[in-house]
Design a protein around this ligand. Sequence first.
Ligand SMILES: Nc1ncnc2c1ncn2[C@@H]1O[C@H](COP(=O)(O)OP(=O)(O)OP(=O)(O)O)[C@@H](O)[C@H]1O
Length: 488
Amino acid sequence: MLEIIGLTGGYGDKKIVENVSFTVNKGSILGILGPNGSGKSTLMKLISGVLPATSGEIQIEGTSIADFPAKELAKKMAVLPQLHAHSFAHTVRETVSLGRYPHQVGWFSSWSTEDEHAVKEAMRLMDISQYEKTQIDRMSGGEQQRVFVAQALAQDAGILLLDEPTNHLDINHQKELLDTIKKQAIEKDLTIVSIFHDINLASMYCDQLLLLDQGTIVRIGEPHEVVREQDIETVYKTRVSNHPHPELPKPQITLLPGVQSEIVNHRICAKDFTVSKDMVLFQSPTPLKTVSSAVVNAGSGWFRNFMNRHVDAAYNVDDSVQEMTEFIAENGLKTTDTVGMMTAVQTQDVIVKEYEGPFGSVIIAVTAGVGNGVDVSKAVERSVQVGTINTWIMVNGVLSDEAFIQAMITATEAKTKALQERQVKDPLTGTIATGTSTDSCLVAATQQGEKLPYAGPITELGKLIGVGVFECTIEALKLYELAKAENG
Ligand SMILES: Nc1ncnc2c1ncn2[C@@H]1O[C@H](COP(=O)(O)OP(=O)(O)OP(=O)(O)O)[C@@H](O)[C@H]1O
């Protein structure tokens, strides 16, 4: 365990780090974040003892580092400095071997099998064994960085102090290096303190983060307690947006640029929809922020093209995502820029309507086929068949994340109400259907114009969605009933 108690220090009379205290347990990583010049490297120098502290104390397992002779301290604490003062005429092996100096005994020390093993293992972990005999001045910045990390690992110390270990590394080597360090921390019970410039990497790999500004701690805690929009914006003096990592409970941030390429203001309109027997297609001149349960490009993203494709009622392919992706490409659209849905309903029976509100307008597009109506409140064994209600809500306005979700809820409630109104039944239960087994919903917004933080049923936006989806679904159901009556 490493304990820093009220550490203060700097250069000459210049106080850089002031009253910093924290504890790092064995097997865990503490990441130090902060803008340029905030005192991160100075704090590291104070912890390693390279720079004497004005006041405060550094303890390893309860013993002050001042009580350890230099060589004993080097066995306990290895340092990866930001600038490497090593002789660049050394080979990789020689450089990594320098990490073993605290373990050498006597003047004519001999190289032990333990030393040999530690050097070989460190080179293996950093994936540099193949460069063993290469002189490091002939290596790239990233390869050199891995050599210096290997040197710190070869030291076999319980505490590792790393100053920007991912400096110069490409994304794969950043991941490899941090995976290795994390694994070492867990398997060898290491205590690791590391400076990071990349807030997202720090959030992913560190157990604790410390945000430093002008030499003092702004915040310390688990990543979710430190990677917060407000604090990051204040300390780094830049606009950021916080979002969840797709796989881990570790918050991530995205920079919001101060300068953007000029965005042409564009209002989307119902008349810009093209409808044929093959599809309903809407192509927006600017990308729309979209949330959907489509077949292709479901989830959230920014897209320009929106396709609701007609498929035969007997459509049945193993990989519908792949097949639909190919269909989009065959129709000359970029698959990375297109959201694609399917329906067995005649696409010419789509209802597209525009609704004006005080903030802007909403375009609703609905295709409805309810041969497989489902009463969601009844659990019945059933097979999946085509027969779908596809609902699109396209908004001229700026929707918040909440508004996207609320728009989906409001639209679903309005759709269910329309099914009730038309007395659409679940053929298996005989009760009123609430939807079909394959319904899709899409909410897209220009993100231009008025800010719309909410889309619940009593908001201006929610009212239009509620009335619009209800009306369009009713009309689409009438057309479906008519087509069914005509075709038998
Ligand atoms: N050797 C030195 N002598 C005097 N002042 C120094 C010295 N090294 C750093 N400083 C000053 O201390 C302050 C903090 O520097 P430090 O290197 O600790 O910041 P940092 O947070 O690591 O910055 P960066 O992100 O740019 O690496 C800076 O204002 C810097 O000018």
